[in-house]
Design a binder for this molecule. Structure first.
Ligand code: ISL
Ligand code: CA
Length: 552
């Protein structure tokens, strides 16, 4: 059933709350997305991954779902959603929905029933355990929740603890219960019947918990004992019956595990997001660009060697990560060049490529003050630090950390133009708009041929011209130890694509093996007027990039 269309695809991630507000309530919505389909089409993307748009009390911006078959009223109605998918498909753009089934909202009907006691039809839908200690009020184990505190919450009504790996309003589902697995398959089929083209599966590697939770080590929920069984069952009952892309968010997965669980013959995931290249470095080493670039390359290049039967997903940004500028490339005077250089370094790698909204404009981290943060993760961290005895000493460190890493950096509203509120809304935006919108916005870039936006369009054009080689060709690192330049070649038969990307604010050179110094070499893409002259030691200007096509 699978055509594996995604192997040719570039996918654009939309965080609906921050994309485009059509009715002036300050919150992005589905009609806003529909109104921007011409923009997506012009950009040249093949699919959209839409972060959750289901009914939710928004404890974690929609990653806490209270009804899997309903649209969040703030985002619109099911009719709006239907209009959106129809318009996307009419423009040749597929739709990937976010599937958040490790946990639900505590306001989901299942949980409301489940917590009533041990004798109801939903009793076993969640992970309930008796407490320990003399009064039974000590959690079953020492697991910590991702958003702070114990991963267990005591429920007076039921007299037991429930497990929540994220916030206490996100109770984990009990996948060991076959009814739960059937519910998930039904939800998937509901949306597949409505025409969606696949799912991005939120923390899908966490769904199978170890058998004995009392005293279980804290990472033992990553690809737990029954993981393959449950995922294969779901693939059989749903995913494999349609022409889907199933991409797993695979926190905690290493290379070997990834190769195993994305192997086509295994019928599990089609591909996954690993997190090695976006692992947080200590804030104090943040500016050690060259050391960091070598590490970054080592990780990216290794993931390019995933075996043939597996398939990589490549990305630099998403709604949980800070902006790639200034994270991976210099900001300031070189911001435009570095955004283009990063784009070139990403888009010709082997794998389905993901672009996060605003990345194509070179949007940057925002100058948040303490009171500007809205993400549950940052808000909880600030609250906890404030309540500790040494708050005055601790706070500046936390704020510095958040200025680099808060998830809110990616979530500031899309910068459409230099009008009020960056053209995102006519009302009051739910999260601060980055004050750099008069300089960085889509309308300005639309009108300027050398903008980052135009560069992305060109890059996607080159990608589609060379798609056979990009999909199936070999990946060859070039001068891999170079501290300033990320360079590689893609090769297939007699054709070579040579990608040279400086991510350094200094002039630097890259060593090219003789095989790339051919007469028959054509510049396909670059971010400066003068292309570099290819020699054994090729000099690149600060943050310069160039992509060459070579025919033997
Ligand atoms: O964001 C993180 C660190 O800053 C991660 O630990 C993140 O929580 C983890 O990758 C899981 O993310 C996914 O599930 C979360 C949700 O908050 C994230 O937005 C989502 O991408 C819980 O559903
Ligand atoms: Ca709105």
């Amino acid at each position: 059933m699978k055509s594996r269309w995604y192997k040719n695809a570039v996918i654009y991630q939309i965080y609906p709350r921050s994309f485009c507000d059509s009715n002036g309530d300050g919150i992005g919505d589905l009609n806003g997305i529909t109104s921007k389909i011409p923009y997506l089409k012009e950009l040249g993307v093949n699919a959209v991954w839409l972060s959750p748009c289901y009914a939710s009390p928004n404890d974690d911006n929609g990653y806490d779902i209270s009804d899997y078959r309903a649209i969040m009223p703030e985002f619109g109605t099911m009719e709006d959603w239907e209009r959106m998918i129809t318009a996307l498909h009419a423009n040749g753009i597929r739709l990937i929905m976010d599937l958040v089934v490790n946990h639900t909202s505590d306001e989901h009907r299942w949980f409301q029933e489940s917590k009533k006691g041990r004798e109801n039809p939903y009793s076993d839908y969640y992970i309930w355990r008796d407490g320990t200690g003399p009064d039974g009020r000590t959690p079953p184990n020492n697991w910590r929740a991702c958003f702070g505190g114990s991963a267990w919450e005591y429920c007076e009504e039921r007299g037991q603890f429930y497990l929540h790996l994220f916030s206490k309003k996100q109770p984990d589902l009990n996948w060991d219960n076959p009814q739960v697995r059937q519910e998930v398959a039904n939800i998937c089929n509901f949306w597949l019947e409505k025409g969606v083209d696949g799912f991005r599966c939120d923390v899908i590697t966490y769904i199978s918990k170890p058998e004995n939770l009392y005293g279980a080590p804290s990472s033992s929920f990553v690809v737990g004992p029954n993981w393959k069984k449950y995922i294969r069952e779901l693939a059989e009952a749903s995913w494999d019956r349609y022409d889907t892309l199933i991409v797993g968010e695979a926190t905690g997965i290493d290379f070997d595990r990834a190769a195993e669980i994305t192997d086509e013959r295994e019928h599990l995931l089609d591909t996954l997001f690993h997190f090695e290249h976006v692992a947080q470095l200590p804030v104090c080493s943040y500016n050690q660009r060259s050391t960091n670039l070598r590490r970054f390359k080592r990780i990216l290049f290794r993931w390019q060697t995933l075996p043939r039967a597996s398939w990589p997903a490549v990305y630099y940004e998403n709604h949980d990560q800070p902006r790639s500028i200034p994270r991976f490339a210099p900001s300031g005077a070189f911001r435009e060049r570095s955004a283009k250089s990063l784009a070139a370094s990403l888009l010709f790698q082997r794998g389905t490529a993901f672009i996060y909204q605003g990345q194509e404009l070179g949007m940057t981290n925002a100058p948040f003050r303490e009171e500007d943060y809205r993400d549950i993760q940052a808000v909880n961290q600030i609250k906890a630090a404030r309540s500790r005895p040494f708050a005055r000493i601790e706070m500046p460190f936390l704020l510095r950390y958040l200025s680099h890493y808060s998830r809110d950096h990616a979530r500031t509203p899309m910068q459409w133009n230099d009008g009020p509120n960056a053209g995102f809304t006519t009302g009051k935006p739910w999260l601060m708009i980055n004050p750099n919108y008069p300089q960085i916005n889509a309308a300005e870039q639309e009108n300027r041929a050398d903008s980052i936006l135009h560069f992305y369009r060109q890059a996607l054009g080159v990608r589609s011209d060379w798609i056979d080689l990009i999909r199936d060709g070999s990946f060859v690192p070039v001068d891999p130890k170079n501290k300033n330049i990320l360079a590689y070649a893609r090769r297939q038969g007699r054709r070579t694509l040579l990608v040279l990307c400086s991510l350094s604010p200094k002039k630097s050179s890259v060593r090219l093996p003789a095989e790339y110094l051919k007469e028959n070499c054509k510049l396909l893409l670059g971010n400066m007027e003068q292309a570099p002259v290819l020699r054994e030691k090729t000099l690149l200007q600060p943050c310069q990039c160039a992509v060459f096509g070579i025919e033997d």
